[in-house]
Design a protein around this ligand. Structure first.
Ligand code: ADP
Length: 320
């Protein structure tokens, strides 16, 4: 019987479990022995894995996190680490590995594919920062969590005529900030992709809306921009509006996945097994224009993606 493995690597994201479930179920249905590899590349290097069956993935589609656990594994980047992983693959007759994670994890998958173990990547990251994909697993849940949290902040911000400066996740990408910002009616949204001027983009915009009667303000700042505590202090000093900084942090990484994350994760897991069934490796499964497609990993890692600047412009035009 052919054996394949599945692992989750890098930052976790809601919906990873739904992807694992799809890989295990379609793998078993296609006659594969499916090994669940624990803690990302670490588990592959040290043989920390177990055989999964149709029932090993029962009751996980609705759960955040990952039942296989995730880890960052610097050792895997070394030639020695790679050798260990290849040895373990040989030992288990592993003919393919499905890797659910981000760009870093895909680099590992590329390196392993190059050395003869076909790997297929599935994009799992709340940041939506994978160039070949319009959409990554966990993104929808994270945006909705951010929106819900900011809605709660808005209630108290409004009651006290305050300003809330909120940091949402997104170190290199402003997708969560932009969309949660629009959904929450933020006065200003600051993202790493767009340069900003504090006086012009924060203070002047607040003053403009204040003149038309606005008394409470929400400023959404992506993690990659940072500095929310200092911004709150400056706003209070310059505007005389009591201001609070809130960092939403890892709360955005957890929780039960949304319908969209569960469905896309299921589609992607299914597609990954289809590829391995045909003996095709070194691919990344992606979503483009609502279609599930796949790319060569080298090609995928070299792609560029840009945020929708028209959407960014619109967000500010209707937030006055
Ligand atoms: P993500 O997959 O979410 O982008 P990381 O960037 O932390 O997360 O990558 C996850 C893991 O993938 C790393 O800990 C490492 O084991 C592996 N990895 C990252 N970059 C490379 C690389 N250039 N070559 C080989 N493996 C890599």
């Amino acid at each position: 019987m052919k054996t394949i493995g599945v692992l989750t690597s890098g930052g976790d994201a809601p919906g990873m479990n739904a992807a694992i479930r799809a890989v295990v179920r379609s793998g078993c249905e296609n006659g594969f022995r499916v090994m669940g590899i624990r803690r990302g590349w670490n588990g592959l290097m040290y043989g920390d894995m177990y055989e999964m069956n149709l029932r090993s993935v029962s009751n996980i589609i609705n759960r955040g996190g990952t039942i296989l656990y995730s880890a960052r594994s610097p050792e895997f980047k070394t030639e020695d680490g790679m050798k260990k992983a290849i040895e373990v693959c040989k030992e288990h007759n592993m003919e393919g590995v499905v890797v659910i994670g981000g760009d870093g994890s895909f680099r590992g998958a590329r390196d392993l594919s190059l050395r003869g173990v076909p790997c297929v990547g599935i994009p799992g990251t709340i940041d939506n920062d994978i160039a070949c994909c319009d959409y990554t697993i966990g993104y929808d849940t994270a945006m909705n969590t951010a929106m819900e949290m900011v809605d709660r902040l808005r209630d108290t911000t409004e009651s006290h005529d305050r300003c809330s400066v909120v940091e949402v996740m997104g170190r290199r990408a402003g997708y969560i900030a932009l969309n949660a910002g629009i959904a929450c009616g933020a006065t200003t949204i600051l993202i790493p992709e767009v340069d900003f001027d504090f006086e012009r983009d924060v203070i002047d915009r607040m003053k403009k809306t204040q003149k038309t009667g606005k008394r409470h303000f929400i400023i959404i700042v992506a993690e990659g921009v940072g500095g929310v505590a200092e911004m709150a202090k400056k706003i209070e000093a310059e505007m005389g509006v009591e201001s609070r900084a809130t960092v939403l942090g890892h709360v955005q990484r957890g929780g039960s996945p949304t319908v969209r994350d569960r469905v896309v994760a299921s589609q992607m897991g299914y597609k990954a097994v289809e590829l391995l069934k045909q003996g095709i490796g070194n691919r990344v499964v992606a979503m483009q224009k609502d279609e599930i497609v796949d790319f060569d990993i080298f090609e995928a890692l070299n792609m560029k993606k840009s945020i929708d600047l028209d959407l960014y412009k619109m967000a500010h035009e209707i937030s006055i």
